[in-house]
Design a protein around this ligand. Structure first.
Ligand SMILES: Cc1cc2nc3c(=O)[nH]c(=O)nc-3n(C[C@H](O)[C@H](O)[C@H](O)COP(=O)(O)O)c2cc1C
Length: 259
């Protein structure tokens, strides 16, 4: 069974590709997150968790979902992690995931890291198109490699964690969520057409439409689905996003097919 959490499509793409390769079932964890409930699953095949990296680790809500849910049957956990833009560094997950597996009574089978386009437009500009296309091609070959290893029930290659990054990130992880991962800075500008797509794509169900305008209700994880998927680029975060591009994997793959 392949679980995934995805704001802008990178991780969903990885999960779907592996799903086809392995003939395995997909579970979009946002369905559980929206209902604020854990899941109870049974499978005789290894469990695969596909996740973006947020501040070096799994998004807090995804780790919480894994901790709260039950996974009966196969004793092995695989992880597929999508990074944003960085070829090196960016993840301390391999240091923390074995502990999560122990907590669930499972064997850690490794975390395959895949560099995908960066989606964090709240703070960073988009990469240029040529770089994005190169990353997506490389992602396909890594996915094929990881898929084969999972098929053979072997462990995934070790991703080297930068010790300095680990020492620096670990103590600030919780504080970061408390102080920075907030939604007060989201607004809509005059180009908002009130279509409600932002509310429909929010994986946490944190957005409600009020008088044809979205309202963020304080339970945000900064996945960027709303701001990146808005068809009019009408959603802003503070002042920095007015001139920034928007990213979804679907948009880039469609452009790649045309060219
Ligand atoms: C809140 C947030 C934090 C992020 N932190 C990191 C990070 O620490 N390291 C990194 O390489 N990428 C980071 N990224 C980039 C994403 O992990 C990356 O673009 C990912 O592929 C997005 O997956 P998705 O399209 O499935 O949502 C971050 C993105 C977000 C939205």
């Amino acid at each position: 069974m392949i679980f995934y959490f995805s704001g802008t499509g990178n991780t969903r793409y990885c999960a779907e590709t592996l799903g086809k390769m392995l003939g395995d079932e997909l579970v979009d964890v946002s369905v559980y997150m929206r209902q604020k409930k854990a899941g109870h699953f049974h499978s005789s095949r290894p469990w695969i968790f596909c996740s973006p990296i947020y501040i070096g680790y799994l998004p807090k809500i995804f780790a919480k979902f894994i901790r709260a849910s039950t996974f009966e049957g196969d004793p092995r956990f695989y992880f597929i992690i999508t990074l944003g833009g960085n070829e090196k560094g960016g993840s301390i997950a391999p240091k923390l995931l074995p502990g999560l597996c122990r907590l669930k009574g499972k064997h850690y089978m490794g975390a395959g890291h895949i560099t995908m386009p960066r989606n964090l437009i709240l703070f960073f500009n988009l990469q240029d198109e040529a770089e994005i296309q190169q990353q997506l091609q490389k992602a396909d070959s890594l996915l094929a490699q990881y898929g084969k290893l999972i098929q053979k029930e072997q462990t995934l290659p070790v991703f080297p964690v930068n010790t300095l990054e680990y020492i620096m990130i670990l103590p600030i992880l919780n504080a970061y969520y408390k102080h920075f991962v907030r939604d007060e800075k989201f607004t809509v500008d005059e180009t908002c057409i009130g279509c409600g797509l932002c509310a429909r794509v929010c994986p946490l169900g944190n957005i409600t439409m009020e008088g044809r305008k979205p309202r963020w209700n304080g339970n945000c994880t900064h996945c960027t689905a709303c701001i990146n998927r808005c068809p009019k680029a009408a959603i802003q975060y503070g002042r920095g996003t007015r001139k920034r591009g928007r990213y979804t994997l679907e948009k880039y793959r469609a452009a790649m097919k045309k060219s």
